[in-house]
Design a protein around this ligand. Structure first.
Ligand SMILES: [Zn+2]
Length: 282
């Protein structure tokens, strides 16, 4: 029997069998889908199949927090946070590019050249949108503070365990990735300690980290020692950046897809409809 004829016969038989099964519970629908398209029998379920989550393993996304009118925190009389985060981002971009990474930045100037429709340079949702569209293997949200010492690493506080679909996918998208974010946190922590940088690791849902569909960390740079302006020390900043970039070299072969595909996929598609939010300072 030719293959096409065999498939047609199989499809017809399958259709009849399904109709017979349906007949025991309710009247047979007429005509059946199989009879409308006998030459293209369906295989598998009619349920939508979640799109595979793409990870661009050699892409790192950097978000130097604040910028433009939003200076962030005042670190000293002459230093504001937005300038420190951008300086650290430039160092990281240079080191990561030299190691073969493509670096996506939410801004590479005081404020982005293209304000959004609301006239704001970049909302937190804009920043999350840029991160999510990059499908990066690591998304690093850079902050700075005058208090404390060394580097503070934060991963999301969201529960990493799989469960019921979240009520607001946009504000809980990171849940699927928390396990990966915590792995990334360990890698960076080890490298920073080895580089002699004082370190605090914790979990804190600094916005917009919970909306990110990538392994994501908040990296907050604090002064080295007592003087607030030591945060601008080029040797110090470079040592921190080198430790982070050096740890990321091993990350592309270790990063894994998320545990809850549906939640992450839903968040990506619904983020545009969400209301804007204010930033919570770390
Ligand atoms: Zn900040």
């Amino acid at each position: 029997m030719p293959v096409a004829a065999f498939l047609f016969a199989l499809a017809t038989l399958t259709g009849l069998a399904q109709t017979a099964t349906q007949n025991t519970a309710q009247p047979a629908p007429s005509p059946t889908p199989h009879r409308q398209t006998p030459k293209a029998p369906k295989t598998g379920s009619s349920q939508p199949i979640p799109a595979p989550i793409q990870i661009n393993r050699m892409v790192v996304e950097l978000d130097p927090a604040h910028g433009g009118m939003d200076s962030g925190s005042r670190i000293s009389d002459t230093t504001v946070e937005k300038d420190v985060t951008l300086a650290l981002a430039f160092r990281l971009r240079s080191l990561l590019s030299a190691r073969g990474f493509t670096v996506v930045m939410t801004r590479d100037a005081d404020s982005p050249a293209e304000p959004n429709a609301a006239g704001s340079p970049l909302t937190l949702d804009d920043r999350a949108g840029i991160a999510n569209h990059a499908h990066a293997s690591a998304c690093l949200l850079l902050h700075a503070t005058g208090s404390g010492n060394g580097v503070h690493l934060y991963s999301s506080e969201l529960d990493a365990t799989a469960g019921a679909p979240p009520m607001d996918p946009w504000l809980t998208a990171q849940a699927a990735w928390v396990a990966q974010s915590q792995q990334l946190e360990k890698q960076l922590a080890t490298a920073l300690i080895r580089a002699g940088v004082a370190l605090v690791t914790s979990s804190a849902s600094v916005r917009p980290v919970d909306s990110l569909t990538c392994p994501a960390l908040v990296i907050e740079l604090a002064p080295e020692g007592d003087a607030p302006d030591s945060i601008n020390n080029p040797e110090y900043q470079q040592r921190v950046a080198q430790a982070i970039a050096g740890a990321l070299v091993f990350w592309p072969s270790r990063v894994q897809p998320p545990v809850r595909l549906s939640a992450a996929a839903a968040a990506v598609t619904t983020h545009a409809a969400q209301p804007k939010h204010r930033e919570a300072q770390p």
